[in-house]
Design a protein around this ligand. Structure first.
Ligand SMILES: [Zn+2]
Length: 152
């Protein structure tokens, strides 16, 4: 007979943790993931210091277009050499793709509609946050999607 290494409950031979501890672990992982998203909102990763202030000043207005759907092309084409515009264009593209996925899942009745609605609301919030960040000349990573890099 074996015992759970974590809590000492008797468990079948060949296993290390009891079901109780395994469930607890899964709940903790979910809790951590939820905390990370909340933390992204309240305390976003701010990389503004890594950009040239002159570049930010020159491109921040163009950069806000990155978050308006296909208009992410404007900062990409108009400010080709700007790292700051590229930072926002990258987030805009990821947000754009995220929105397309939200639209596609809407073909699935009920669950897809709910998911699509949730993606739509989340996208709208991120769009507003992105535009505000760009206007303020900040290079802040958006919650969840901001960690994805498509444009190097
Ligand atoms: Zn246990």
């Amino acid at each position: 007979m074996a015992f759970c290494k974590n809590c000492g409950t008797q468990i079948p031979d060949g296993t290390e943790l009891c079901q109780n501890c395994a469930n607890q672990g899964a709940a903790n992982n979910f809790q951590n993931a939820a905390n990370n998203v909340v933390n992204d909102f309240t305390n976003p990763t701010d990389e503004t210091g890594a950009f040239d202030p002159a570049d930010i000043e020159a491109t921040k207005i163009m950069s806000l277009f990155a978050y308006l759907g296909i208009l992410f092309l404007i900062p990409l084409l108009a400010c080709k050499d700007s790292a700051f515009a590229r930072f926002h264009a990258n987030q805009g593209i990821v947000l754009f793709i995220f929105g397309i996925i939200g639209g596609v899942v809407a073909v699935i009745p009920f669950l897809g509609w709910i998911l699509s609605g949730a993606v739509g609301i989340f996208s709208l919030v991120l769009t507003i946050m992105g535009i505000i960040n760009a206007c303020q000349g900040k290079a802040k990573r958006l919650p969840l999607i901001g960690k994805i890099t498509i444009l190097k």
